[in-house]
Design a protein around this ligand. Structure first.
Ligand code: ATP
Ligand code: MG
Length: 258
């Protein structure tokens, strides 16, 4: 196993190997707590990269760095060919609009209807948008996640799996090039988890998105991963396809598959 991520690992050879995200020697601490010590990884165009790691190893911090919610202490972050530290606020905003983030919590507004939850990101990002276009985008996003019938409901009337799907629709409506999923199946039963994993694959296929999927759900990793990275002690300590890692003789890697 290697600590240096390379674009040709796993079963990723079928991709065209355009790199959409690159992290080079990335470090991030909170006070004395050094969370990311030396992260090196790439995400290729159209690839689903799964990140495994025990609770508290910095998986969420890693994707928050990509989306700009956490700021790196050191190292280089290149997104869609742009070195983030060299961009001004306007250029950063343009890049961040291309990144969708499905939060661990879903981040829905229960005081709004499903339709209003989907209008919200559109209104925030696009200054003016004709009503017909807005309706069309909302309809498409809801159909993508199988929730067309729920448009006038409140999110509080939806099941956990439906709320996850609505969270995904809210992100997809902005047509992101890069999707970051933080534990998309946590708290869901195995059947609903499988549905969400399938949805992640459908999104990848339909929009050719490149994704990071953080998960503790090994079935989700199996279904969605083109390649897997395992975080440990602030570095990418192992990397490979699902079967590479499943067949690893290292006990600490084996522990994820039990
Ligand atoms: N804003 C913050 N301020 C201080 N410490 C933080 C902050 N965000 C994260 N941390 C710390 O960074 C470490 C990694 O947190 P992170 O949320 O990335 O873990 P994780 O791998 O996503 O865990 P889980 O699997 O439980 O979601 C933890 O020790 C956490 O307390
Ligand atoms: Mg987390």
């Amino acid at each position: 196993m290697t600590t240096e991520a390379t674009p040709l690992k796993g079963n990723n050879n079928k991709r065209n190997n355009m790199i959409v995200v690159e992290m080079i020697h990335v470090k991030k601490s909170f006070g004395e707590n050094q969370v990311l010590c030396d992260i090196n990884l790439v995400i290729n165009k159209g690839e689903n990269l799964v990140i495994l790691g025990k609770s508290g190893t910095g998986k969420s911090v890693l994707i928050k760095c990509i989306v700009g919610l956490d700021i790196l202490d050191d190292g280089k972050l290149v997104i869609l060919g742009k070195n983030i530290s060299e961009l001004n606020d306007k250029e950063l905003m343009v890049i961040r609009r291309k990144i969708g983030f499905l939060f661990q919590s879903g981040a829905l507004y229960d005081s709004m209807t499903v339709r209003e939850n989907l209008e919200f990101p559109l209104r925030r990002q696009l200054i003016t948008i004709p009503k017909e276009k807005m309706d069309m985008l909302i309809k498409e996003a809801l159909e993508d996640v199988g929730l067309a019938e729920t448009i006038d409901l409140s999110p509080s009337e939806l099941s956990g799996g439906m709320r996850k799907r609505l969270g995904l629709a809210r992100t997809l409506i902005l047509k992101p090039e890069i999707m970051l999923y933080d534990e998309p199946t946590t708290g869901l039963d195995p059947i609903t988890s499988k549905e969400i994993s399938s949805l992640i694959l459908e999104v990848q296929k339909k929009y050719n998105t490149s994704s990071i999927i953080i998960t503790h759900d090994i079935n989700c990793a199996k279904l969605t991963a083109d390649r897997i990275i395992v975080l440990k002690d602030g570095i990418c300590a192992a990397e490979g396809s699902y079967s590479d890692l499943k067949n690893s003789t290292d006990a600490w890697i084996q522990a994820f598959f039990e």
